[in-house]
Design a protein around this ligand. Structure first.
Ligand code: ADP
Ligand code: MG
Length: 182
């Protein structure tokens, strides 16, 4: 069959991993060969599983470089990649090559970092994907739809692995308010 790229993006707690697991599980039910990858640095819940905040999980292979995915995905019908924002830009070429080779590639990742800036290879993936889904969290301040990840921990590094102790899902006005109060 012919390949393509699907991207699932949004803020933290928006259900990206849940949605990725849902699509991959259905592909498995349809007896497709599914491989799942995540960046090796994301060890928040488990060294090997991709785990959502509501504790759904699926076995994955941690890799440090996108090129490893090309090698390890040989023979797959479907390739899932979680936390794609943490990979370097070569992920864009790797996903393109997989899709060109007939693979259905499903990529989940943060579209913006904690300052609201486009994150890593995500902008280019969004531009080159056939299908883009933006999912939303609930703003913890006001209950509106949230598309920002507000960092409550004091750190200025773009990569800070964390949970509800370090980040909050916020809508645009509540995100702006929080940034101005800092
Ligand atoms: P993501 O991969 O986008 O960070 P997950 O799929 O891991 O998201 O988790 C989504 C789950 O997070 C929701 O189903 C819900 O149980 C939980 N959750 C915690 N905080 C929020 C929030 N502010 N808005 C929506 N869901 C939340
Ligand atoms: Mg996730």
């Amino acid at each position: 069959h012919r390949g393509w790229i699907e991207v699932v993006c949004g803020s933290m707690f928006s259900g990206k991993t849940e949605e990725l697991i849902r699509r991959l599980t259905r592909a498995r039910i349809a007896r497709q060969r599914v491989e799942i990858f995540k960046p090796g640095l994301d060890t928040r819940y488990h060294a090997e599983d991709v785990v959502s905040h509501n504790a759904n999980s699926i076995r994955s292979t941690p890799v440090s470089l996108p090129a490893e995915i090309l090698l390890l995905a040989a023979g797959s019908d479907v390739v899932g990649i979680d936390e794609a924002q943490f990979f370097d830009h070569s992920l864009v070429e790797v996903c393109g090559q997989l899709a060109n080779n007939g693979v259905r590639v499903i990529v989940a990742g943060l579209d913006m970092d904690y300052l609201g800036r486009p994150f890593g290879p995500m902008p280019a993936l969004l531009a080159t994907a056939e299908f883009v889904t933006k999912v939303h969290a609930v703003c913890v301040c006001c209950g509106e739809i949230a598309s920002y990840s507000f960092r409550i921990a004091a750190s200025e590094s773009q990569v800070l692995l964390g949970e509800t102790d370090s980040y909050e899902a916020r809508c645009r006005p509540c995100f702006l308010q929080g940034m101005q109060a800092k």
